[in-house]
Write a protein that binds this ligand. Sequence first.
Ligand code: SF4
Length: 462
Amino acid sequence: MRTIQGKFHRESQSKAEDLEHRRMMNHALNQSEIAFQNGKQQFQNLDKAKEDAQSVKEKATIHLDRYLLEFEDRFTKNGGKVIWARDGKEALEAVWKICAEKKAKKIVKSKSMVTEEIHLNAFLQKKDIEVIETDLGEYIQQLSEEPPYHIVAPSIHKSKEEVAQLFHEKLGVRPHLGPEELTMVARRQLRTEFQEADIGITGVNFLLSDIGGVAITENEGNARMVTAFPNTHIAITGIEKVLPSAKDLELFWPLLATHGSGQKVTVYNSIFTGPKHRNETDGPEDMYVILLDNGRTNILSDPEMRESLHCIRCGACLNVCPVYKNIGGHTYNTVYGGPIGSVITPHLSGMKEYGHLSHASSLCGACTEVCPVKINLHELLLKNRRKSVEQKNTFRLEKFSWYIWKRSMLSRRMLNTANGNTKERMFRYLFKKSWGENRAIPTFPKKSFNEQWKERNSKIEK
Ligand code: SF4
């Protein structure tokens, strides 16, 4: 616990002091904010749209078992295959079994956070299978050998100059190319990969229960290529991605687009209901959907935390979070960063190891305010803090500090005895390390409130 938490403290402190990082992040996130403010104009009543989305997700989550079985039934009848995976290991084994059956050597992938969650790329590479990310941001991250920095914009922290240098070093192209030239380089490179790949792997934005469909939304058209060229399509998804009906997309597609990238609707929106049929010319011959639990049923069984499963991974809560803005994505050391990551990771990967993330919040509520499905994120962070204490994950020093605080608060004599200097010294002793070197220690009044009150009243009486 100390190691993960200690690493988080060290790295967040160093990132917060990195002014160039702060400049890059503020620039990128300000652009997102402007796009969001424009995009949201399409809603006559955004709050009503959010309430409706919240109630659809609530219904989907409460009846998750029914909707998932309904999805499986319809998708299977249409020729698709559904695989249930209790954890990452089972999901990886299922992918490997398909790869072995198809004698796959090359896989193209579109953007998917759930495959990051199960460390799919590393697993397949160990099995000597080449995996190529085809979303431009993910492609950049793969070339850099780094995980995504943001759940929607994986390479948000990189400048165009850094990307040009990366392409020069890894792909041997001329240095100092501009954004359009870089995009063309990636496009040319990836075109061949699509044609050569044996299997295409995608994530899922929404599982559509009533039609047994998989909805995928994207801006680059790469997910369409991933699903069109290879003979096999594997879609991997967390079980919480279900919507009762395809009709719900009318609400969820624009909500996701606006909150994710400020668009009215994303450029390419596809629904897959199975492999190609005998009389069809396009599409894969086999299609699999892997439904991953990996700790989600733990969240489902906890009525207090259940609403965190409503998340549609739009990334808006990261964009507005003052902590994420300053410390960036990698510092969290988790797949899902920012407020939603801090809420769900302790339940997916262990409260003991990741409970500290719930404290990495100013509780300003900006995340809750922006969330398109109205997840009460800052309240959930508080609930996580309480759960962590109940599970006895508190440090001895913290316990001791609260003990002293309680004793002092209950004793008039102690409050009056300790003057401002003593309180300041105590504060320095107890909190200097966690307070950080670059923040001024608060100054305390020389006299206690009680002393000041008495003085003031005695003057008035005179
Ligand atoms: S918690 Fe809400 S704002 Fe954050 S990623 Fe999920 S849906 Fe978007």
